[in-house]
Design a protein around this ligand. Structure first.
Ligand SMILES: NC(=O)c1ccc[n+]([C@@H]2O[C@H](COP(=O)([O-])OP(=O)(O)OC[C@H]3O[C@@H](n4cnc5c(N)ncnc54)[C@H](OP(=O)(O)O)[C@@H]3O)[C@@H](O)[C@H]2O)c1
Length: 287
């Protein structure tokens, strides 16, 4: 199952890898992190989501990007895998702080180019909208970086439909990355996912199985348990199959710090839920 990134002509496997767990607090050893990335690529994965701030704090900026680059280089896969990164946050003292200032974005982008050892980032996402900075100013900074050839395609993250519309008035947008999973279906209810489809924007649900800690709740949801038993798969695969059913433009990026997690998630493309099962999930209240 493939997904075109926006209307770039670039095609990727419909399940990506969210690389955040490999670099934040509680991260695995480097050996294990390399093994996760290698297993993901060996199983056919070719889209990895990262950010400059997937690290411990401001002194560790770029940890995840460097790790991904090294892992891909070791297996000779730097050309075959698309690495999407983000700018627009900082990590002072380990906190997550929004910084959408033009200078902050330029510095972040230039450091990401270095960390990824590339001249051009294929997909660069504005991590979040900075309430202290006009969105137009943040976007104009990214458009300038794109004009300079440092960014090929632009994406947004943590945005509303109105903010996507505002961005589209300035520049083409390739992807939108928002939190979406069985426990948080805001974007399904608001029509944002359909809005993206109508405009050929790839919708990238983050924390697609419930989040860094929240994923443990999947095992406690009876409907997931029933379907997992029926199809003889993990509840994770059922949750991802439900997301894939939301449209041919949906590209979930489940995180993993274990090889077995990424291998299992990639197999969600093999599972097609029927219309009644998809409808039953729509009825589930957000937890
Ligand atoms: N744009 C944003 O603001 C934003 C915010 C948060 C996340 N993200 C992105 O979205 C990605 C995914 O979100 P997330 O990592 O927060 O949460 P998630 O993908 O919902 O859950 C991640 C955890 O679920 C477990 N898991 C996933 N698939 C599994 C499977 N098939 N079987 C067993 N366990 C499985 C993994 O456990 P193990 O660790 O044990 O393998 C992993 O640590 C991140 O990595 C990041 O790239 C973006």
């Amino acid at each position: 199952m493939q997904r075109e990134l926006g209307h770039t002509g670039l095609s990727v496997n419909a399940i990506g890898l969210g690389a955040m767990p490999l670099s934040i607090s509680g991260r695995p050893s480097e050996v294990q992190a390399f093994a996760v990335i290698e297993a993901f690529v060996a199983a056919g994965g070719n889209f990895i989501d990262t950010a400059n701030v997937y690290c411990l704090d401001d002194d560790d900026i770029g940890h995840n990007e460097r790790l991904i680059h090294q892992a891909l280089q070791r297996i000779g896969a730097t050309e075959q895998v698309i690495v999407a990164t983000k700018g627009g946050l900082r990590r002072p003292g380990g906190a997550w702080v929004v910084d959408g200032t033009p200078d902050g974005l330029r510095l972040s982008c230039e450091r990401s180019l270095q960390a990824l050892q590339t001249d051009r980032i294929t997909l660069y996402q504005l991590h979040a909208v900075d309430s202290k900075v006009d969105l137009r100013r943040s976007l104009e900074a990214l458009i300038r970086l794109q004009e300079e050839g440092k960014i090929a395609h632009l994406g947004l993250s943590n945005v509303s439909t109105a903010q996507i519309e505002q961005a589209l008035a300035l520049t083409p947008i390739t992807s939108v990355q928002n939190r979406c999973n069985l426990f948080d279906k805001r974007d399904c209810r608001s029509g944002l996912i359909e809005f993206c489809q109508a405009r050929q924007i790839t919708y990238i649900p983050y924390s697609p199985v419930g989040g860094h800690h929240g994923h443990l709740r999947l095992g406690r949801e009876p409907l997931l348990g029933q379907l997992a038993a029926k199809y003889q798969v993990s509840p994770y695969r059922v949750a991802l199959a439900w997301l894939l059913s939301q449209g041919g433009h949906v590209l979930p990026i489940p995180g993993a710090s274990k090889v077995s997690s990424t291998q299992d998630s990639l197999r969600a493309v093999e599972l097609a839920l029927d219309a009644d099962e998809i409808a039953a999930f729509e009825q589930l209240p957000d937890l």
